[in-house]
Design a binder for this molecule. Structure first.
Ligand code: PLP
Length: 417
């Protein structure tokens, strides 16, 4: 090891310029590590940074039915390679999970991916040329930008909320039109219900607006639309409004769903997901399936076979599936209770945040996110600064801690004002 870092011009620096100065740590995981260390050192820390659902005892919540499924998988099956695009049984189970027996299930193709992350990756590399940008909302999950940058694409955003606090469909239209004009093609990535980081879920009217705008653009240039479905199973009841809208959109637009077992089956580490494409034309479906399968081979080859077999078992076995739904419902109720307590206290404290009915996160608006999160850190409360807001992980905050969390948020916003 040299005493001094090598100058970047050194012949002994193997990295290309684009890779030479990458940040070494994910900012959310860095904050989480700091909070964990302080807690280990004996401080009373409230860590609302990380996106895993924890019980009120602070331990990660699991679905016992999933582990029952793991136990059922024969070792010699689990040990072998999974098919490159994923096993046919897994892919049909995912498609059924999304579309049931509807006609759209027959118009769907899918490949297995390591979580929703892999699904978004495959959508980006197959629907945008290098140098082009995807469109997403102004608050968005940071890895979209990393996935885009890493594959030599980029991200463009539209203002997410209008003056009334609803989805800014006019800004969406403007953003999409600009990209269609500049690029001659477009890719939209939208995360709903229970958007990360804001917690926002599109209602029926907002969906209708988005579909209308997207259809109009798709008549001018090839347009794709990815529904990032990461948190959907934790949405409040009645959040299946997306389905008919997406089915209608698929008549004109390349529609994809990024499906993942990370949150819905509390299997964050198993890396099981899928990218599902909808197309009314059989030949186009084959082309899409082939392109996505090629990307699997060109990136991770094949996914975790044991995880895929276990999730297939949970989805396909009626008794296990029912158990998993009941277990998840328990977790959804736990989360909903936290959301209720948060809404009550946050309103009393005059915090400003989007409509929040359920999901892992909410964002609280602040004029200076860094100062707010710094002031909160000093009180031992950890949240994640994003542009114009701080993201609060209710998924990791027991209901009895919510009043402390809200007090710290209120003080943090005031410190930034
Ligand atoms: C908005 C959003 N999309 C997708 C994902 C993908 O997660 P995974 O790759 O674990 O399925 C996450 C995870 O945090 C997320 O927050």
């Amino acid at each position: 090891m040299p005493d001094q870092p090598l100058p970047s011009t050194s012949l002994h620096n193997p990295l290309i310029p684009a890779s030479a100065d990458r940040p070494g740590d994910d900012p959310i995981f860095a904050l989480h590590a700091e909070a964990t260390k302080r807690a280990r050192d004996g401080e009373e820390i409230l860590n609302a940074t990380i996106g895993t659902l924890c019980g009120d005892d602070g331990k990660i919540a699991v679905l016992p039915s999933v582990f029952e499924a793991y136990r059922r998988i024969p070792p010699e099956k689990a040990a072998g390679y999974a098919p490159i695009s994923g096993s046919a049984k897994f892919l049909s189970a995912v498609i059924r999970d999304l579309f049931g027996e509807r006609e759209s299930a027959r118009q769907a193709v899918a490949v297995a991916t390591p979580g929703g992350t892999g699904a978004v990756h495959h959508a980006i590399v197959n629907t945008l040329e290098p140098g082009q940008k995807l469109l997403t909302s102004s608050y968005y999950w940071g890895p979209y930008a990393i996935l885009a940058d890493h594959t030599r694409r980029g991200v463009e955003t539209f203002r997410m909320f209008d003056e009334k606090g609803g989805l800014d469909v006019a800004a969406y239209e403007e953003g999409l039109e600009r990209l269609v004009n500049e690029q001659g093609r477009a890719l939209v990535v939208l995360n709903t219900p229970c958007h990360n980081p804001t917690g926002y879920s599109l209602d029926d009217d907002e969906w209708a607006g988005v579909v209308e705008v997207t259809e109009a653009m798709a008549s001018r240039a090839p347009t794709s639309f990815v529904l990032d479905f990461a948190y959907a199973k934790f949405a409040p009841p009645g959040q299946s409004v997306w389905r008919p809208h997406l089915e209608r959109l698929a008549r004109s637009t390349g529609v994809f769903v990024a499906w993942t077992a990370s949150k819905s089956f509390a299997q964050y580490g198993a890396r099981i997901g899928a990218l599902v494409g909808l197309h009314p034309d059989g030949e186009e479906r084959l082309r899409i399936a082939n392109a996505l399968g090629y990307s699997c081979r060109g990136t991770w080859s094949n996914c975790n076979h044991l995880g895929m077999l276990a999730i297939t078992e949970v989805l396909d076995d009626p008794e296990l599936r029912l158990r998993s739904e009941e277990e998840r419902e328990g977790l959804r109720r736990l989360l909903t209770e936290r959301v209720k307590v948060f809404n009550r206290h946050a309103k009393e404290a005059d915090l400003v945040y989007p409509r929040y009915e359920g999901g892992f996160f909410v964002t609280v608006f602040t004029p200076d996110a860094r100062r707010t999160s710094q002031a909160m850190r000093e009180q031992g409360v950890y949240v994640v600064p994003v542009d114009g807001a701080v993201r609060v992980a209710l998924c990791a905050t027991p209901a009895h801690e919510v009043p402390r969390l809200v007090d710290a948020l209120a003080a943090g916003v005031q410190a930034a004002g």
